[in-house]
Design a protein around this ligand. Sequence first.
Ligand code: GLA
Length: 379
Amino acid sequence: MVKNTPPMGWNSWNTFGWDINEEIVLSTADTMVKEGLLDAGYEYLVIDDCWAEDERDRDGRLVPNREKFPHGMKYVADYIHSKGLKFGIYSSDGYLTCAGFPASYQYEFIDAETFASWGVDFLKYDNCFKPSSIPARLLTHRMSFALENCGRDILFSSCCWGTESVKEWIKETGAHMWRSTGDILDNWASIKQIHYLQMDYQPFNGQGCFNDMDMLVVGMNGQGNVGLGGCTLTEYRTHFSLWCMLNSPLMLGCDIRNMSDDVKKIITNKEIIAINQDPAGRQPMLLQGFRNGVHEQFFIWAKHLEGGDLAVGVFNLLDHDERVFVGYDALGLDHTSDRVLKFRDVWNDREWIYRDGIKTVVPAHDCYVWRCSLLPYEK
Ligand code: GLA
């Protein structure tokens, strides 16, 4: 087992897509350390698609693109490790990766060995160009087998986009995270869409095998490979809070070398990250927002944390401000419990104690997340 809590790191795809190269990777590694992202928990630096040459070498091994990565991948891995970070790479279970580079179908064992020899610590494994007659389940098992036997601890990140009932079999494969939807885009509609698709996945989301809601778009501001539209800072904060509450891996996707202080504040907020990284890794509970198979636009999520606290998030995805009351009954308490809750607002450094629940107005596209602790009721 490589990791029990949702993996955290940075991935090249959202901003750089085809244009990834050594210089970007090394300077991103520097930034992860310098800007305190490693300290905040972001440890994996992952190169997504488009890193390879079009052809394997004579021995059937994958070859890094010579112009983009002139010193090869061992050099990149060594640099990343020297910074205290871990190194991730990408392949697919088909003949080709999604962008058309050679992929691992029927090369699973040789590729796992190659990755291990370079010092890879994380593999994102996509689902493009596989033979349609072969189930993704079987190919995911095969790569997992190869990784387990490659002689190195490599975190397995499966990327089947929620297809082929992946939620039902993913735990068997030993994958640590699994993509549950198609690709994210840097706009509010995409964030809402991915969140709506999560309702059915929660029973399958938990310790050591986390439902991956895709790389974060926080801070992209409409720039880069999936930068289609951009979001407001409030929307990015709501996006980050949703991914945290729902136990998603937190893989940054913006160009962190050029992020603003406001963006840095969002992605390094220790209290919201602690809710995501809670060691118990419990499934979040939906208290409001999905009735009779229909999505509403105001959501209340809660999650029991190790040690007895409860995280509660209210998410207003509506286009207007909305009043909300989260009563103790909804959180499992009633008058016989003889307890009150202290609500700590993790984004605004404020605390309140209420006798029967919390009442507030949530602005459009905004959210509140509270860490709640039980206290005795004082008459
Ligand atoms: C698929 C994946 C993306 C990204 C691209 C790369 O679309 O879902 O996350 O890895 O492939 O080509």
